[in-house]
Design a protein. Structure first.
Length: 247
């Protein structure tokens, strides 16, 4: 089912440019052979979604509705059972594993609920990792990483390892790491889910600021209806369908 966001542009308004498109998306997890009482799990079937340039979109829904799975499909971390995901003219289902990894490294910045920082490296080195993976020389990669640590307010913590950082600082480092390659799209899966209220507010406000300052197109999965309501568009995943909430 198409999400209820098919609005006609106002007369004279600039045409919105689609950045991500999901068409007829179906995701079914097959039952485990021999598992008694377990049938196939269908998260969604025929789901359509369009994300436009510059949007900040929130996706909400109950646990198990398929929010994280949908985000994985948009990032080429997983493949749909049927349907297609497009990023511009790129059809993600045609990617090899190497092409999918390159897509995520260059076009998409991904933030997880857990920071997944490498504990043996400093914050600076963690942020530089995606650039080093692209083959950028270490001095240049570290210089760009330092700029991004400053952008998220952690310039003075550059030489600290992840275990020496607070939860909020760890998540800000992971946000800098996601954006250091100047991706077109930011995908965030419960980026404030492990944080206390005050810290969660600070991280969400930072995401909002970076979204605006760097002209990002952002999609956030969140359990917080308060944060979701502060995004430009709110979509609820329910019963395998995307439903647009009135703001």
């Amino acid at each position: 089912m198409r999400e209820a966001e098919r609005l006609q542009p106002l007369p004279g308004a600039p045409e919105r440019k689609p950045v991500l498109r999901a068409e007829g998306l179906t995701k079914i997890y097959a039952s485990i052979p021999g598992a008694a009482g377990r049938g196939d799990l269908e998260l969604f079937r025929g789901l359509d979604l369009t994300i436009y340039s510059g949007e900040m979109v929130a996706i909400v829904g109950e646990s198990g509705a398929g929010k994280s799975t949908l985000l994985h499909l948009l990032a080429a971390l997983d493949k749909p059972t049927a349907g297609e995901v497009w990023c511009g003219t790129k059809r993600l289902s045609t990617f090899t594993s190497a092409q999918a990894a390159d897509f995520r490294n260059r076009d998409v910045g991904y933030v997880w609920q857990f920071h997944y920082l490498l504990p043996e490296f400093t914050a600076l080195e963690n942020v530089a990792m995606p650039l080093l993976a692209q083959g950028i020389k270490r001095p240049s990669a570290l210089e760009q990483a330092r700029t991004w640590l400053s952008e998220v307010g952690l310039a003075e913590r550059a030489e600290h390892r992840s275990g020496e950082l607070s939860g909020g600082e760890q998540q800000r480092v992971s946000l800098a790491r996601a954006l250091v390659t100047s991706p077109k799209i930011l995908l965030a899966d419960e980026p404030t889910g492990d944080l206390d209220g005050k810290t969660a507010e600070a991280v969400f406000s930072l995401i909002q600021r970076l979204h605006s300052a760097h002209g990002l197109t952002s999609v956030l999965v969140t359990h917080s209806l308060e944060f979701a309501a502060r995004c430009g568009r709110l979509l609820r995943l329910r019963g395998g369908n995307l439903i647009e909430n009135d703001q």
